[in-house]
Design a protein around this ligand. Structure first.
Ligand code: AHR
Length: 632
C-alpha cells in the first residue's frame, strides 16, 4: 500500500486515548493490586458470602472460632477470631494464615503489620513468615498485654533471603502458658513495601506494570463490580472510607467478599500516582440480578452520587468535603463520571435506565457540576444514542476477525456524543484457517491473549485512533488475573503471590506501543495505491515532540499472498532523505506469553526517505508498528 499524509485539515485527538479500567474481578484488588497479604483479615461476610475462618489454620492444638463479642472491634467489623488452648498439651500454640495463595518473601523488603487483640493473653506473640518446609524467613516478636479493651499492636520484619516461591504462611504463635482463657483477634494485616510508600497502598510490580502502559484515564470502580449482585448490596462508597476498622466488607460480584481496603480515596490516589484522569463510576440503581431501584426510590441514590462528588471535590465548608479533610486529604478533581455499567445489557433494566434512572442522575449531576462529562453506560445498542449531551460507553468482547473488521466502526459516530471504549478484548480463538468459534457464555475462550488476537485489537484501536476526535479512549478489560483464583479470561496481566510470576500479555505490549507514542493531531491520509487491509494505519503529528507519526497493524497479510507487506508513505512537510524510527512488535501468530515471559519481539530500525521524501519498508505479517519522523 502507498499513501500520503497531509499537513492541514487535521483533527485534534483526545488526550485520553489509552487508559485503564479497574474492577475487583479475578482477585485483582484483594489479593492483587491492593497490597494486603493476609486473606480474610477481618472475618468479613454477609448473606451472600457468610463469614468464615477460611485461610486460617490452628497451630499447636489451638482452637479457632468466630465470635460476635458484645464489645466488637467496631460496628463495621463485628466478628473476630477467638483462640483458645483447644487440644494443646502445653508449649507453643497459635494460628497461621495462608495468604492469597501464599506469601511473597523478598530479601530486603520491609514488611509492616498490625493486629487488634482483646482477651486474656499476656506474653510475647511471634509473627513469622515460614515456608511449607519450615524455613523461617523473617520474624517479629510483640509483647501483648491484652485486656477487655481492643488494642492494636504493630510489627515489622525484613527478610534477608528471598524465598524461591510463595509456598509460605504467616504464623502467629505464643506460649500456651501466656493464655488464661480466650483471646480474640481481628483485622490482622501485613503489607510489603507499597507503590510510592503509600500506607494501605498498592503492590509495586503491578503498579509498575500499569505505569508501563502510559495510561491517561482510570475507570473505576469498574465493570459489574460497581453494581452489586442483588439488593441491598451496591458499591456503597461510604463504607470504603477512613480507618480500616470502619470499613464493612462488600459482597463482590465475582465470587468473593471484598475488604473495602481499596476504597474511594485509594482509587483517587491510585489515579494520582499514575497520572490518570479518573472516570468515576456512579452506582445507577441497577443490580446484576436485573432488578433496579423503582422511580420512587431513585433520588436516594442520586443523592448518594452527589454526596460522593461533594466528598471528593467539596471544600471544608461542605458536609462531605469536611469529612474528606478530616481524613487528611485535599480535594480531588472529577471531570468524568459514568452512570452505571452496561445498563443496556439487561432488557428489564434497560427500560428503567432510559425511562428514569439515567435522566435522574444526569439532571442532578449536570446541574451541580456543569463541567463534568457524563457518560452513559451504553451507546448505540439497538440504535440508541445517549440523551442530552452525554457521552457513551461501548464494551467489545469479540473474536479477532470481528475486531479486525471494526477499523471503520467509529467513522460514522458523532462528536456530539463521544464514546469511551470502556472495555475491549478479543476473547475467543478463531485463527485464520481455524473454524471460527461462535462465542457465547460457556464457549471456549483464550486463557490469555494470543498474539494474532492482540493484532486484531490493534486494528480496532487504530480505528479508534483515527476517530479520536469522537473516541475518548480505550481500555483493555479485565486488567488483571490472579492465576490462583479467577472468574474471567483472558486478561491483560497475570500474577500470583510470587512476584516473578507477573506476566504481561501480548495485548499489553500492543497497548504499551500504541499508548507510548501519541498522535495529538490526526491528519488526512490519501491512499495512492492499495487499500486499508491487510495493513491498517493512522497518521498525524505530535505537537509536543514535533514529530510525524504513522501507526500500523498488519493483520493476516499471508492470506493476501505475502508474509512481508510492502508499505510506502510520505508526510507533507517531510523532505528528501529524512530519517525516522520504525518500531515494530511481532510474534508467532498463535503464540502467548508464558508465565513471567514474553514472546513479543520489538525491533527498532532507522528508515530513510528517498529523494522524493517517500519512506518504503516492509512489515512482517502480524505486526504492530510505529514510524516516527523528526521527534525533537
Ligand atoms: O470485564 C469483565 C466484565 O465484562 C465486566 O465486569 C462487565 O462490565 C463486562 O460485561
Amino acid at each position: 500500500v502507498s499513501f500520503t499524509v497531509g499537513s492541514a485539515n487535521g483533527n485534534a485527538t483526545s488526550p485520553y486515548q489509552y487508559g485503564l479500567i479497574f474492577e475487583d474481578i479475578n482477585h485483582a484488588g484483594d489479593g492483587g493490586v491492593y497490597a494486603e497479604l493476609i486473606q480474610n483479615r477481618a472475618f468479613q461476610g454477609d448473606s451472600i458470602f457468610p463469614k468464615n475462618l477460611n485461610y486460617w489454620n490452628p497451630l499447636g492444638g489451638a482452637a479457632l472460632s468466630l465470635q460476635n463479642l458484645s464489645t466488637p472491634l467496631s460496628s463495621a467489623l463485628p466478628t473476630s477470631m477467638q483462640v483458645t488452648a483447644g487440644n494443646s498439651t502445653g508449649g507453643t500454640i497459635g494460628f497461621s494464615n495462608v495468604g492469597f495463595w501464599g506469601f511473597p518473601v523478598v530479601a530486603g523488603w520491609q514488611y509492616n503489620g498490625s493486629f487488634w487483640v482483646e482477651g486474656a493473653l499476656n506474653g510475647n506473640v511471634t509473627i513469622a513468615l515460614v515456608s511449607n518446609s519450615n524455613t523461617y524467613y523473617a520474624e517479629a516478636s510483640v509483647a501483648v498485654h491484652s485486656s477487655s479493651a481492643w488494642t492494636q499492636y504493630n510489627y515489622t520484619f525484613t527478610p534477608t533471603v528471598s524465598a524461591p516461591n510463595s509456598n509460605n504462611t504467616l504464623n502467629f504463635t505464643f506460649a500456651s502458658s501466656s493464655l488464661s482463657g480466650a483471646v480474640n483477634f481481628n483485622l490482622l494485616s501485613l503489607f510489603p513495601p507499597t507503590y510510592k510508600n503509600r500506607p494501605n497502598g498498592n503492590r509495586i510490580d503491578l503498579m509498575d506494570a500499569m505505569a508501563g502502559l502510559y495510561p491517561s484515564f482510570f475507570r473505576a470502580p469498574g465493570g459489574n463490580n460497581v453494581e452489586g449482585l442483588q439488593p441491598p448490596y451496591w458499591w456503597n462508597w461510604t463504607q470504603s472510607l477512613g480507618p480500616l476498622q470502619n470499613r464493612n466488607g462488600y459482597p463482590g460480584t465475582w465470587g468473593y467478599e471484598q475488604t473495602n481496603g481499596l476504597g474511594l480515596i485509594e482509587y483517587m490516589l491510585w489515579a494520582q500516582d499514575l497520572g490518570m484522569e479518573p472516570i468515576l463510576a456512579l452506582w445507577s440503581g441497577l443490580w446484576l440480578n436485573a432488578s433496579s431501584v423503582p422511580q420512587s426510590g431513585i433520588q436516594v441514590y442520586v443523592q448518594a452520587a452527589l454526596d460522593e462528588l461533594e466528598f471528593l471535590m467539596g471544600d471544608a465548608s461542605t458536609t462531605w468535603g469536611a469529612l474528606r479533610e478530616s481524613l487528611g486529604y485535599g480535594p480531588f478533581q472529577i471531570n468524568f463520571v459514568e452512570i452505571g455499567n452496561e445498563d443496556s445489557l439487561l432488557v428489564g433494566s434497560a427500560a428503567t435506565y432510559s425511562a428514569y434512572r439515567f435522566q435522574a442522575f444526569y439532571d442532578a449531576v449536570s446541574a451541580a457540576y456543569p463541567n463534568i462529562t457524563i457518560i452513559a453506560s451504553y451507546y448505540d445498542v439497538n440504535g440508541v444514542t445517549p440523551p442530552d449531551n452525554a457521552a457513551g460507553d461501548i464494551h467489545n468482547y469479540e473474536l479477532a476477525s470481528q475486531f479486525a473488521r471494526q477499523f471503520t466502526l467509529f467513522d460514522n459516530y458523532t462528536s456530539a456524543h463521544p464514546i469511551l471504549l470502556g472495555e475491549y478484548a478479543v476473547i475467543a480463538y478463531d485463527a485464520p484457517g481455524v473454524t471460527a468459534v461462535q462465542w457465547n457464555a460457556g464457549a471456549p475462550r483464550e486463557f490469555v491473549p494470543v498474539w494474532y488476537s492482540s493484532v486484531g485489537e490493534a486494528v480496532y484501536l487504530l480505528g479508534a485512533e483515527r476517530n479520536s476526535d469522537k473516541v475518548i479512549g480505550a481500555a483493555y478489560a479485565p486488567t488483571f488475573q490472579n492465576l490462583n483464583s479467577w472468574a474471567w479470561i483472558p486478561d491483560m496481566i497475570q500474577f500470583d503471590a510470587y512476584p516473578g510470576h507477573t506476566t504481561l500479555s501480548t495485548s499489553y505490549y500492543v497497548v504499551q506501543l500504541l499508548s507510548g507514542t501519541r498522535i495529538t493531531e490526526n491528519l488526512p491520509i490519501t491512499i495512492t495505491s492499495g487499500q486499508f487491509g491487510p495493513a491498517y494505519f493512522v497518521a498525524g503529528r505530535n505537537s509536543e515532540t514535533g514529530s510525524h507519526i504513522a501507526k500500523f497493524a498488519v493483520y493476516n497479510a499471508t492470506a493476501n499472498g505475502t508474509s512481508n507487506y510492502p508499505i510506502s508513505l510520505s508526510f507533507d512537510g517531510v523532505g528528501p532523505y529524512a530519517t525516522g524510527n520504525l518500531t515494530y512488535l511481532n510474534a508467532p501468530m498463535n503464540s502467548t506469553n508464558p508465565i513471567g515471559g514474553n514472546v513479543v519481539t520489538k525491533t527498532v530500525q532507522t528508515v530513510t526517505a528517498s529523494r522524493n521524501g517517500t519512506f518504503s519498508f516492509t512489515l512482517p505479517d502480524w505486526t504492530v508498528a510505529i514510524l516516527e519522523v523528526g521527534a525533537n
